[in-house]
Design a protein around this ligand. Structure first.
Ligand code: ADP
Ligand code: MG
Length: 267
């Protein structure tokens, strides 16, 4: 059964979409079956996967409104070897159109059910707001991955997100866990970044991924070609970092809990 991740942070520009696209491609490159769900009306994960968002008839919007199924809305990414449920600006209307719908937070969860045995990982790229769309992402997921830049205000935003996750757990999705915090756009020469990174590790311990994503121009360039960095410069530091993250995640998912407990005891 698929492990479902919501990639969420209500701050914009922290690397959610870059992580969604490049992690999807990297998991696929190491043999995992991956579905990426674009849950942001900006459609950046869609374009970054080589799909023209303007030419779509079936997107996540139709899925949320019950006008399409996940199986009919999914398309193959152009160069990343993963599947995608795309989005475009139409999705911005979903918030309003779902207002009178019962259990509207659970629409995505319900529609992904039919595909949960077809994939090893389903990644959901959430929009930069704690909105109904993000709630749909958090309800559908088993775990949340939080990409963040190591800067002063990053920690402030984090507590709002953690509160939201706690509320979702209490009211909508009792099994929801924080999978991990991912340090993105990291510049080791920046002392503040180093300090915030140390602080994160002190606070959150092994909830912080070992892999750090460096600031790397290739990751910023790749979307303009509609392919993940791996398909465009696979030796780049950015592509290699996401490959390392994919391996870390697969290792973590494969480990039964008793081994994790044993690891903790030994350390
Ligand atoms: P979000 O989805 O959280 O809004 P994005 O993934 O779109 O954030 O990233 C914001 C901007 O930063 C984009 O222009 C992206 O190309 C760039 N970017 C993201 N990660 C990196 C990185 N590791 N190195 C360099 N640029 C990056
Ligand atoms: Mg984004």
């Amino acid at each position: 059964m698929a492990k479902i991740f919501a990639i969420a942070n209500q701050k914009g520009g922290v690397g959610k979409t870059t992580t969604s696209v490049n992690l999807s491609a990297s998991l696929a490159a190491i043999g995992q079956r991956v579905l990426l769900v674009d849950l942001d009306p900006q459609g950046n994960a869609t374009m970054g996967s080589g799909i023209d968002k303007r030419a779509l008839t079936s997107t996540v919007y139709q899925l949320l409104l019950g006008e399409a199924t996940a199986a009919t809305a999914k398309v193959a990414s152009v160069n990343g070897k993963y599947d995608l449920i795309p989005a475009n600006r139409e999705l911005a209307g979903a918030e309003v159109e779902l207002v009178d719908v019962k259990q509207r937070e659970g629409r995505l969860r319900d529609s992904l059910k039919e595909l949960e045995h077809d994939y090893d990982f389903i990644l959901i790229d959430c929009p930069p707001a704690l909105s109904l769309l993000t709630l749909n992402g958090l309800c559908a997921a088993q775990t949340v991955m939080i990409p963040m830049q190591c800067e002063y205000y990053a920690l402030e935003g984090l507590s709002d997100l953690v509160q939201t996750i706690k509320k979702v757990r209490a009211n909508l999705n009792p099994g929801l866990e924080i999978e991990g915090l991912l340090r993105t756009m990291f510049d080791p020469r920046n002392t503040l970044a180093q300090q915030v990174s140390d602080q994160l590790q002190r606070h959150f311990g092994d909830k912080v991924y070992r892999t750090i994503i460096p600031r790397n121009i290739r990751l910023a360039e790749a979307p303009s070609y509609g392919i993940p960095a791996l398909g465009f410069d696979k030796q780049s530091k950015g592509a290699l970092a996401y490959l390392a993250l994919a391996n870390e995640i697969v290792d973590k998912s494969a480990k039964p809990e008793w081994i994790e407990a044993e690891d903790a005891r030994v350390q």
